[in-house]
Design a protein around this ligand. Sequence first.
Ligand code: CO
Length: 439
Amino acid sequence: MSKKVGITETLFRDAHQSLLATRLKIKDMLEVAELIDAAGFHSLEVWGGATFDSCLRYLDEDPWERLRTLRKYLPNTRLQMLLRGQNLLGYRQYPDDVVDAFVNKSVENGIDIIRVFDALNDTRNLERAIKATKKAGGHSQAAVVYTVSPVHDVPGYVQLAKVLAEMGADSICIKDMAGILTPNIAYKLIRELKETIEIPIQLHSHYTSGLASMTYWSGIQAGADVVDTALSPLALGTSQPPTESLVAAMEGTDYDTGINIELLTQANMKLKHILAEYKKPPITVDTEVLVSQIPGGMLSNLKSQLEQQKLGHKFDEIVKEVPRVRKDLGYPPLVTPMSQIVGVQSLLNVVTGKRYSVKSKEIKDYVQGWYGRPPVEIAPEIRSQIIEGEPLTRRPADLLDPGLEKARLEIKDIMQQEEDLLSYILFPEVAKKFFANRK
Ligand code: CO
């Protein structure tokens, strides 16, 4: 009786987003595409996240053309993308007509599985994308964003997953972007999920703190159906655990992955050669995050921001302020955009010496409810220091006007394909520049 564990290979999306600032070029991906396509993965994560922005902004590649090319060179494996719920692949909320069109075009151009998440775990920001994915004929995977705080616990995550399953999700992903999920909690969480919901459970973690391989092993024993790994030349550090090691560890057990490790080794050797052209950071283990709960990326951004403003000596004080601001704001997970909002406010609170006397536009929007609902309600005495009046109770996207036809009028003379509309809506300036160079 063996239960095959599926592997999602993240080489073409999360792995290079984590280690190479999302700069892996399509021509280099194609060098190993055939080997990876033949290896027997459950799916390949190849698109979405920051890749869309990076294609247009830095690589002079049409992201839609990239997707069509990958589909052509990876004909035998399911292709997967990461979508930020109502924020799609951008940094603000988009109206429902744009969400529907984006999802449709993603599936039409070759995506099979859309993993959707919301930074605040606000299910109202996920529902439209889940429904649109199913309507387009795709597999909708809804993610539970994992964080640690006094208001987050296993029963809460299980309840959230239940709601997402009822919304129509085909599978659930535990998304541990900071790499802080421990083997012990993973086991409890996945056991509870398997007892509560029927759909498959996938585990996504980052190696950042050194826990992820142990967490996967423990999660698999608790019943996880699929885990995310990266081929070893782009694994470890802030990326995923290495694929080859996991495949070898499972071989001959009840959890065999069925993946051909010979093909992986060939791809691995080619990849090492290709990566010599890229600047890969040294692989480190950051255990600080396990104590401070502040993701490494957020700390290093904060540090460089402070040094630019000659405020380096305030670093320790600001790091102490971060958990206080996070608590004030209802314990949001420290992931984009909340990591920036909390970081900037902590800096302002320390530098001015009077908390919330100076506030960013983003924190006001957040408290007003424009990003969705905080994990727990913000105390009235904090709220009144940041905004006047009451926050929104409606879903933010309900208050937005449709966006497609307005955009069509704006770029009708330069668009060459329907997909250009979506590139333009997400990144107006960058897309216009890209269209101009294309001619
Ligand atoms: Co990730």
